[in-house]
Design a protein around this ligand. Structure first.
Ligand SMILES: *Cc1c(COP(=O)(O)O)cnc(C)c1O
Length: 418
């Protein structure tokens, strides 16, 4: 499942001691396993082999260049949500013909650049966006291929902040409007509406919501076919859940077995956009213990990483397993694991049974490879932490720790204050 394992009482990433990396790069830092990334991508590719889908890694979950290159080298395309992501992934030589672009708010600059780049599909999320793409395509004398992101209005049992497939959310186009667009497709002569897209949410651990959405879409595709609207692509989005605590998520194979029959029936070329499934368990966040504080009511393990580095616990009430990098027989205590930030929301765990670790001991916050570093900020004027990748017995810094100069770059005192 992943390549972070204890050997002789010490946590390793593949064949490298995590503590050795900490000595070299300092704490806190993110650490990624090359092998785990490849393994998870391959699992999806294999499970869906019969359909030969285009697997577009959702790079918003982890946009580290070494991660992107690893996945591109193993056949992945990319699901992007901004011009920044597009420019970033092009630097590692990603094939534009394997790039799909979702976002409810694509700007003119982003649309132009993506058209110039020649991406495979725009996943269009509203009628005005479709009109805008049509207008820009005309201006650029290009015909642009798009898929309509349909909001299938299905519930997915996950955290409210990561549900996307109901009409209470901003994403996608409702079925009625989608029908209308297709009926009036002559109004958009510079776009080729060549597919449908769905993405119903994230960290979904059962196949039922996916099946519901795909069934709905498959019927819809059938209806469209009968009206003479032929398409080429069905993009089923991402959202596959992983294990953080004691979830029992479907494996790629079980997921594939459940939905393949519906996908096959559509006869369309399948695009998938997994993010978390590929990188979630392929990364950890390593932090160092600063203090153990006991206020008579509660104990607090204070560490040098904070919510600015890994915001998932405070943003999504997410659970992350936390383990000492060196196994210890120290007595267990119940404590909150918290960072140094001046916010009560700055925590990694509440009331967790933890060994009574000591100052300078290292803790690994597991399953931090997705929506970890990418959501980090400079809050409290803290530099963003470095990212390291391990491949077998080698490790290398893939992004440096931000310096104080990085933190004030671009800032200046206005003339009128001098
Ligand atoms: C975030 C997102 C994904 C990836 O979601 P995961 O849960 O990480 O697999 C895929 N497609 C779209 C459109 C997204 O917004």
């Amino acid at each position: 499942m992943h390549d972070f394992k204890f050997k002789k009482g010490e946590l390793y990433c593949e064949d490298v001691r995590v503590a050795e990396i900490a000595e070299k790069v300092g704490t806190p830092f993110y650490l990624y396993s090359h092998h785990t990334l490849v393994d998870h991508l391959t699992k999806i590719q294999k499970a869906f082999e019969t359909l030969n889908p285009l697997v577009c890694f959702a790079m918003k979950s982890n946009s580290n260049l070494a991660v992107l290159k690893t996945l591109a080298d193993h056949g992945a395309g990319f699901d992007i949500v901004s011009i920044g992501e597009l420019k970033k992934v092009l630097t590692i030589g990603a094939d534009p013909k394997k790039i799909v672009f979702a976002s409810v708010g694509k700007t003119e600059e982003e649309i132009r650049f993506a058209i110039e780049t020649g991406i495979l599909l725009f996943n269009v999320e509203s009628v005005p966006e479709l009109e805008e793409i049509d207008r820009i395509a005309k201006d650029m004398r290009k015909k642009v291929q798009v898929a309509l992101r349909v909001n299938p209005d299905v519930e997915a049992p996950t955290h409210d902040k990561i549900t996307t497939g109901t009409l209470k959310k901003k994403f996608g186009i409702d079925l009625t409007s989608t029908r209308k667009i297709l009926k009036n497709r002559a109004k958009y002569p510079n776009v080729k509406i060549n597919g449908l897209h769905i993405h119903i949410g994230s960290q979904i651990i059962t196949s039922a919501p996916f099946i519901n959405a795909i069934k709905k879409i498959a019927e819809f595709i059938e209806e469209l076919k009968q009206q003479g609207h032929e398409m080429e692509y069905l993009d089923i989005g991402g959202g596959l859940g992983i294990i953080y605590k004691d979830e029992k998520p479907q494996t790629a194979q079980i997921f594939a077995d459940a939905i393949l029959p519906y996908l096959e029936k559509t006869g369309l070329k399948i695009v998938m956009e997994p993010g978390r499934f590929i990188c979630g368990n392929a990364g950890i966040f390593v932090t160092k213990v600063l203090y153990l504080k006991d206020n008579g009511v509660k104990k607090f393990l204070i560490v040098d990483g904070g919510m600015n580095d890994l915001i998932r616990p405070s943003l999504y009430d997410a659970y992350h397993e936390i383990v000492p990098v060196k196994e210890t027989k120290a007595q267990k205590i119940k404590a909150d694991v918290v960072g140094p930030i001046c916010e009560s929301g700055d925590f990694f765990a509440h009331d967790r049974m933890m060994p009574r670790v000591k100052k300078d001991d290292l803790l690994a916050i597991m399953s931090a490879g997705a929506y970890g570093f990418v959501m980090s900020s400079n809050y409290n004027v803290r530099g963003r932490v470095p990212e390291v990748m391990v491949k077998e017995n080698k490790f290398e810094l893939t992004k440096e720790r931000e310096t104080f100069e990085d933190l004030i770059r671009g800032e200046k005192i206005p003339e009128f204050l001098n």
